[in-house]
Design a protein around this ligand. Sequence first.
Ligand SMILES: Cc1cc2nc3c(=O)[nH]c(=O)nc-3n(C[C@H](O)[C@H](O)[C@H](O)COP(=O)(O)O)c2cc1C
Length: 194
Amino acid sequence: MSERKVLAISASPSEISKTVRLVEAVLGDLRARDIDTEHVALRDLDPGALLAADVRAPSLAAFRDKVVAAHGLIIATPIYKASFSGLLKAGLDALPQFALAGKVVLPLATGGSLAHVLALDYALRPVFQSMGARHVVQSHFAGESDFPGGGEHIALGDPSWAGLRFACDNFVYSLTDDHRASMLGHPRPPNEVK
Ligand SMILES: Cc1cc2nc3c(=O)[nH]c(=O)nc-3n(C[C@H](O)[C@H](O)[C@H](O)COP(=O)(O)O)c2cc1C
């Protein structure tokens, strides 16, 4: 097993979620490449603590520790009101300012309208950048038509998912075991640098 750890964060409030299916397909692909993966669904965290931004609550502290320990993050959201979900906002608000320092991030979204593809770049990307990410790779948006029959089985080898496969490849190429790479990216205040 590679030393590279990837944490996926999904941010759909729905019990049956296309966003989660997308994440699980990508994680399956990463595991086949010998990469250590974990998935945190924000809907499973303590909702009271999330809404109160109570960062000392055990579930939010554990979430923060997982983010800090990861080399790469897959951050996946449904598009709501032409932006990312409120659940993702609450999850990101529970993290320290430079929680993404030195990390690679793959943004993913599912949405109802192709008109909102750009939300990934104008709404999400700047937040990740300001949280210190070393590299936010090309994102991927999946619309309704990408999930015929509900998208029960997403196969990254299928030509219809070539865009997701490409985004996944970019993400993997940008991961590295070299701990010095974690010092690259957005400058951090001196007390954050270890
Ligand atoms: C409250 C709400 C707002 C939404 N707003 C948008 C939107 O502005 N643009 C869009 O493309 N899709 C929008 N959608 C559709 C969802 O993004 C889409 O169905 C998504 O795939 C749901 O993901 P999930 O199955 O993981 O919950 C909205 C859905 C809901 C429930």
